[in-house]
Structure formats: structure tokens, C-alpha cells
Design a protein around this ligand. Structure first.
Ligand code: NAD
Ligand code: ZN
Ligand code: ZN
Length: 380
């Protein structure tokens, strides 16, 4: 039993006080875990674009002060009432969407949209009592995605924690906590390209390149990467992307360019940009008769997807996914094992490493489109 069990822990957290303003590292109080909750010590966390959208709050509901962060690796410090399958010392990856193991979704092999713990970007409190576990001088600070990993300690519902092999290096498998599992699963579990097929990937950040990795593993013969940032193309070569398209280089819609180079369209496309026009192009570039497009990017709250219904009548399929359809508790430990067995490479996604005190640099890198994942080391 840890000496801090049942007590409030004082530790450092990166607080976002205002939309778009640098985070401030300050001491916060983290309350003990309540029923079905777990308190974790975060060792490593990385930045995903979803954090940036809600921090900018341009196309999303503002909620401040807030502690962002949802891609991380940590160790259980203490558990609340009713938690039986985790204990202090266990290594875990927190996940923004959970698995209660009891609802219809959790019991279905086709869904990871748990009724109780599915992603909720606008909830800033714990489900159990509608309160925050974080405070500063008595003022509550909102949670983000039920994870809030930009803190040395955080409280998470047990259903949002994947217990993983303690031998797995947390500073690497951390990226499976969101982005890489999402991209990989979007291809392997949702788009499901067959061997020899042609796959288009929109957006070559970490999520898109993980989707490309999924296409490579599936035996795709052509992987066409589309990005507005030409500097992405160099990195993408390490991920099996065979052709590159920058929509800025063409004076016609990119789905038409893709249709011309693929004799009518790609077999599968995976959209990992968050831009609604890219989502529409990703759908319109798949071949009629059999093409499947998968949306992964998080849109602005007022976006609307518009296409002519005949594009759908022509036997194209549009799908979407959160977390690559993986169930966090049941599936993620096995994805970690794929890394341990060298079936999956993760190091190449980690392009920067910084101490927690420099967390704002990770935001700068992402806003400049520089690198893929920036690993933030909590106790450096
Ligand atoms: N569905 C999920 O479960 C899930 C999980 C994680 C991330 N996401 C979302 O996936 C997206 C990618 O995340 P990331 O962390 O890899 O971000 P990133 O910023 O690293 O990568 C996004 C890439 O898309 C490119 N891009 C932007 N607009 C484009 C357009 N119109 N056409 C072509 N390329 C364009 C950017 O240049 C960038 O290279 C984000 O929208 C993120 O919120 C979704
Ligand atoms: Zn994410
Ligand atoms: Zn459930």
C-alpha cells in the first residue's frame, strides 16, 4: 500500500488557464480516487492534435482552467472502491474512450463506443460525482477526456486504463495510448484493405502515418499520402508511403487527381487531418462499387459533411472511428505485445523528447507541423 493512499497529493501540473495561451506549470492538489477510479503517476505523456484543438478552442467549446493531455504512460499509485483488476505498481496506458465491459457496446465485437465511458470532449469532471479531482487553492480545474495527463498525478476511471506488460518501455508504448493505435486500427480494423489494394491516407501526422503502417502490414501495393505540408513527405518515406500528393500543386480537386492516377479511385482511404474538406475528398476519391473511406480526424463542432448522394448510391461506403475501433482494456495489451514481438515499430513516431518544464514547445512543434510525436518526460 502506498503512503499517499487516501490522501490528497500535491504535485506539478501544466494548467491551461485561457484558450491558446501557454500552459503554466503550477502545484495542484489531486484528490484520492473515488469509486471505480484509479490515481496514476504519469511518467511520460505526448501531445496529440486533439489536445491542441480544445486548447485553441477555435472550433470547439471552451472550458478553462483545464488540464489537457490524453496520450500517456503511467503507474498506478492507488485505487478507489470497487477496483479489483488494477493494483498499485501496475503499468497502464490511459485511453480517452473507455470499456466498462458490461454495456451492449462492450459486449459487441463490432463496437468500442461504450455507453458509460465513450469519448466526451465537453465533460470536465468525473462521472462518479460530477466533480473534478484537481484543484488549486480550492478552485476546481477541469479534466480533459477523462485522462488529463499533463500532470504528475491524475485520476482516471478504471474502464479507461489498459493494463500492459510491465517490461514494455513506457516512454515508447506511450504513443499507443492514442495516436498510433487510432491510425493503425483505422486501417486494420475499419478500412480493412485486402492484399494488393490501393490506399490513400489524408494527413501524414502520427495518426496518418500509423494508418499507412496498417496499410503496409495489410499488403497494400500502393499507399498514396496526401498532405498540405510538403515537409511531411520526407518523414513519410520511412512509413511505406509510396506516392505523395500536395493538393496545393494542383488546380483541380484532389479527388479527381487521385481518380486519374488509380483508374477510377482508390480501394480504401483513411482521413487523418480534422479538416472537413479533406474528409469529403477522402470519401469522393474511393472507387465506386467497393471503395471504403474511414474518417478519423476530429472536426470543428459546426462542420457539416456535404457530398452528392449519388456518390453513396454508386456503392461507396463511408465509415468513422474513434481509437481505431480498439477496446482499450481488451485489445491494447495485445497491441503492446506486437511492439514487444517486433511486429510493430514505434520509435520512428517519436521525433522529439523534452522535459515537462518545456511542455509548451510540444505545442509549438505541432502548430508548425514539425515532427510527429513529442515525448514529454515528467521527471526529467
Ligand atoms: N478519431 C480518433 O479516435 C482520433 C484519435 C486521435 C487523433 N484524432 C485526430 O486525428 C487527426 C490527426 O492527428 P495528428 O495528431 O496526427 O495531427 P497532426 O497535426 O500531427 O497531423 C495532421 C496532418 O494533416 C495535415 N492536413 C491538415 N489539413 C489538411 C488538408 N486539408 N489536406 C491534407 N492534409 C491536411 C497537416 O499538414 C498534418 O500533417 C486530428 O484531427 C486529431 O484530432 C482522432
Ligand atoms: Zn489523441
Ligand atoms: Zn461499456
Amino acid at each position: 500500500m502506498s503512503s499517499t493512499q487516501g490522501q490528497v497529493i500535491r504535485c506539478k501540473a501544466a494548467i491551461s488557464w485561457e484558450a491558446g495561451k501557454p500552459l503554466v506549470i503550477e502545484e495542484v492538489e489531486v484528490g484520492p480516487p473515488q469509486k471505480m477510479e484509479v490515481r496514476l503517476k504519469i511518467l511520460f505523456t505526448s501531445l496529440c492534435h486533439t489536445d491542441v484543438y480544445f486548447w485553441e478552442a477555435k472550433g470547439q467549446t471552451p472550458m478553462f482552467p483545464r488540464i489537457f493531455g490524453h496520450e500517456a504512460g503511467g503507474i498506478v499509485e492507488s485505487v478507489g472502491e470497487g477496483v479489483t483488476d488494477l493494483k498499485p505498481g501496475d503499468h497502464v496506458l490511459p485511453v480517452f474512450t473507455g470499456e466498462c465491459k458490461e454495456c451492449r457496446h462492450c459486449k459487441s465485437s463490432e463496437s468500442n463506443m461504450c455507453d458509460l465511458l465513450r469519448i466526451n470532449t465537453d465533460r470536465g469532471v468525473m462521472i462518479e460525482d460530477g466533480k473534478s479531482r484537481f484543484s488549486k487553492n480550492g478552485q476546481p480545474i477541469y479534466h480533459f477526456l477523462g485522462t488529463s495527463t499533463f500532470s504528475e498525478y491524475t485520476v482516471v476511471h478504471v474502464g479507461c486504463l489498459a493494463k500492459i506488460n510491465p517490461a514494455a518501455p513506457l516512454d515508447v508504448v506511450c504513443v499507443l495510448s492514442c495516436g498510433i493505435s487510432t491510425g493503425l486500427g483505422a486501417t486494420l480494423n475499419v478500412a480493412k484493405p485486402t492484399k494488393g489494394s490501393t490506399v490513400a491516407i489524408f494527413g501524414l501526422g502520427a495518426v496518418g502515418l500509423a494508418a499507412a503502417e496498417g496499410a503496409r502490414i495489410s499488403g497494400a501495393s500502393r499507399i498514396i499520402g496526401i498532405d498540405l505540408n510538403a515537409s511531411r513527405f520526407n518523414e513519410a518515406k520511412k512509413f511505406g508511403v509510396t506516392e505523395f500528393l500536395n493538393p496545393k500543386d494542383y488546380d483541380k480537386p484532389i479527388h479527381e487527381v487521385i481518380a486519374e492516377m488509380t483508374d477510377g479511385g482508390v480501394d480504401r482511404s483513411v482521413e487523418c487531418t480534422g479538416n472537413v474538406n479533406a474528409m469529403i475528398s477522402a470519401f469522393e476519391c474511393v472507387h465506386d462499387g467497393w471503395g471504403v473511406a474511414v474518417l478519423v480526424g476530429v472536426p470543428n463542432k459546426d462542420d457539416a459533411f456535404k457530398t452528392h448522394p449519388v456518390n453513396i448510391l454508386n456503392e461507396r461506403t463511408l465509415k468513422g472511428t474513434f481509437f481505431g475501433n480498439y477496446k482499450p482494456r481488451s485489445d491494447i495489451p495485445n497491441v503492446v505485445e506486437k511492439y514487444m514481438n517486433k511486429e510493430l515499430e514505434l520509435e520512428k513516431f517519436i521525433t522529439h523528447r523534452i522535459p515537462f518544464s518545456e511542455i509548451n514547445k510540444a505545442f509549438d512543434y505541432m502548430l508548425r507541423g514539425e515532427g510527429l510525436r513529442c515525448m514529454i518526460v515528467m521527471d526529467a
